[in-house]
Ligand binder design. Structure first.
Ligand SMILES: Cc1cc2nc3c(=O)[nH]c(=O)nc-3n(C[C@H](O)[C@H](O)[C@H](O)COP(=O)(O)OP(=O)(O)OC[C@H]3O[C@@H](n4cnc5c(N)ncnc54)[C@H](O)[C@@H]3O)c2cc1C
Length: 394
């Protein structure tokens, strides 16, 4: 991979999304954070400019760029220090829509994907339940085949955009064990209701909801792909979400480091800028190493994702696990270097710190990433043992 993966086209996108953030996002950050949701109109504004689906195919209204285009958008949003809004946008674009783009029927693409990429409809993804988060196979929401429709009963927990979405792609049980399916539910369906979750630590500008399904009748035509294959579809679909989390963590850490560097040269104590103290310089040096490592692993994950799609699972999982833990430490150190003002809302670092805490939880916790990787590592040992046994026999 070349050290700079960004082309002229990406740089033009960077210029326009940066300008857009300066005009349409940054002036409203405080208001949206206070209101605990962003304005729905931001989806439309971003859709009109093509920022929602930069890496989706042009035939669906996307930008037709590779995933580096999405990375450019993520960085501009990270630099706006409004991770809540970013999460809302990702939960709209990169969680439910790849499923419809890759497995949906032409009618589903027409009705849901195209309007969502334009920002005319808002979307969400509902996998987590009150009783099952990490253990996706443990979900209890059911969709029972009633001939021409499914009847859905159950509940979903912590669903981003849950109160503002026009449709939500949900994981449901359609049989025993891993017999799960992914179904699109319009939020005006009778029997669907939500409760807003207001008391989050951070990500205040994103809407979060608990969803309830009470005898919801959903047309069979809303099934994505084949019935019973949903578990595998969603396991694959997690890759894009985890990649986004890794990239976001990297850029928020980078943003925090830049802020800390600047502050350390401005703030004076004991007659000199605090950046002149060796302890502070070494802390900044270690933060810079961590940011660079986060960038290396997450950029490598993007490159592999572009080449191999969801088969790049191992490096994506590593990037999510690593950046999810390490970026938080950089942001924490950046807050520390700001001293008392870091603890106030005036410098933005406090918001970055509390928002970032979700990075090791959402989209699969670090422990679950380690579980996945632990199996890969042990499989490699078994594979090597098998090969050496075979070579001894031969
Ligand atoms: C603000 C916010 C927004 C979210 N948005 C969405 C969304 O849009 N859609 C959606 O579907 N979900 C969403 N989630 C849910 C999120 O993905 C889950 O919270 C996450 O996957 C963890 O699940 P859980 O909360 O049930 O924790 P649990 O699964 O109960 O885990 C609790 C703890 O136990 C550990 N643990 C569990 N199993 C194991 C194991 N086998 N080995 C070792 N440790 C283990 C976990 O790592 C964790 O530390 C959101 C959550 C939040 C907070």
């Amino acid at each position: 991979m070349s050290t700079n993966p960004f082309t002229e086209e990406h740089e033009l996108l960077r210029q326009s999304i940066t300008k857009f953030c300066e005009k349409e996002i940054i002036p409203y950050v405080e208001e949206w954070e206070k209101n605990e949701h962003c304005e729905k109109s931001i989806f439309k504004k971003m859709g009109e400019k093509g920022f929602l689906g930069v890496s989706f195919p042009e035939k669906y209204g996307g930008g037709g760029m590779d995933f580096w285009g999405a990375v450019v958008v993520i960085q501009a949003l990270a630099n706006s220090n409004i991770a809540g809004l970013s999460m809302s946008l990702y939960a709209h674009t990169y969680l439910p829509l790849p499923l419809i783009a890759s497995l949906g029927t032409p009618e589903q693409k027409e009705k849901y994907l195209i309007p969502a990429l334009k920002g005319d409809k808002i979307a969400g993804l509902g996998v987590t339940e009150p009783g099952a988060g990490s253990d996706v196979a443990g979900i209890k929401t059911t969709a029972v085949d009633k001939g021409d429709h499914y009847e859905i009963n159950g509940s979903k927990m912590f669903i981003t955009n849950g109160n503002i979405a026009d449709f939500i792609v949900i994981a449901v049980k359609t049989g025993e064990g891993l017999n799960m399916s992914m179904i699109i539910v319009d939020t005006d369906t009778e029997g669907f209701s939500t409760i807003k979750i207001n008391n989050k630590l951070g990500m205040h500008s994103s809407d979060t909801a608990q969803l309830f399904f009470e005898n919801c009748k959903v047309p069979k035509s809303n099934l994505i792909g084949q019935e019973g294959h949903g578990f595998y579809y969603q396991m694959n679909n997690f890759q894009e979400e985890r990649l986004l989390a890794a990239i976001t963590g990297t850029f928020v850490a980078e943003w925090s480091l830049e802020k800390a560097k600047k502050y350390c040269m401005e703030r004076e104590a004991f007659g000199r800028p605090i950046g002149k103290f060796q302890v502070v310089r070494h802390k900044l040096a270690k933060m810079a190493i961590t940011v660079e490592t986060c960038r290396s692993i997450s950029f490598r994950a993007v490159a592999e994702f572009i080449e191999h799609g969801n088969k790049a699972e191992t490096i994506i999982t590593m990037a999510k696990a690593y950046t999810g833990e390490e970026s938080i430490k950089v942001i924490n150190d950046a807050l520390q270097l700001h001293g008392g003002v870091g603890y106030t809302e005036d410098f933005g670092i406090a918001r970055a710190w509390r928002d970032a805490r979700l990075l090791s939880i959402g989209g699969g916790t670090t422990e679950i990433m380690h579980e996945i990787l632990g199996k890969v590592v042990l499989d490699e040992v078994e594979h090597t043992d098998k090969l050496s046994e075979e070579s001894v026999k031969a």
